[in-house]
Design a protein. Structure first.
Length: 123
């Protein structure tokens, strides 16, 4: 194992199931959609299904709540700022609810990183 001794290596770091090359939470987060992370060690694609699938339903519900919230916000702002009706809902979500959205994504990535069962598909 040539990566032992690397200063960025931590005890709780997840590794590629195929070659044991560690990958970071950040790398996992960036590969969130679609969920397949390319290993920098051996080039295999690392997958995780167990936790990702269990988060899919709450994730979808969360997305629905975000849309509802954005519509509600739009209605609240409309009397003061009528132009808000011209603003696409997706933009309202990004601007007003963005921190919430990214916070939730980060939590999901965190959870997957800690509890996920990673596997590689042999090519
Ligand atoms: Zn690997």
């Amino acid at each position: 194992m040539k990566y032992v001794g690397n200063s960025t290596m931590r005890k709780n770091m997840r590794v590629c199931p195929s070659c044991l090359h560690p990958f970071t939470k950040r790398e996992l987060g960036e590969a969130w959609i679609p969920f397949s992370l390319k290993c920098k060690g051996c080039g295999a694609y690392i997958h995780e299904l167990k936790v990702s699938l269990s988060l899919l339903i709450p994730g979808l519900l969360f997305a629905l709540v975000m849309v509802e919230l954005a519509e509600w916000l739009q209605e609240q702002i409309a009397p003061i700022l009528p132009i808000i009706k011209e603003v696409p809902l997706s933009l309202i979500i990004v601007v007003c609810l963005g921190p919430l959205y990214y916070g939730a994504i980060r939590k999901m990535v965190d959870f997957t990183y800690k509890n996920g069962r990673f596997f590689v598909r042999k090519r």
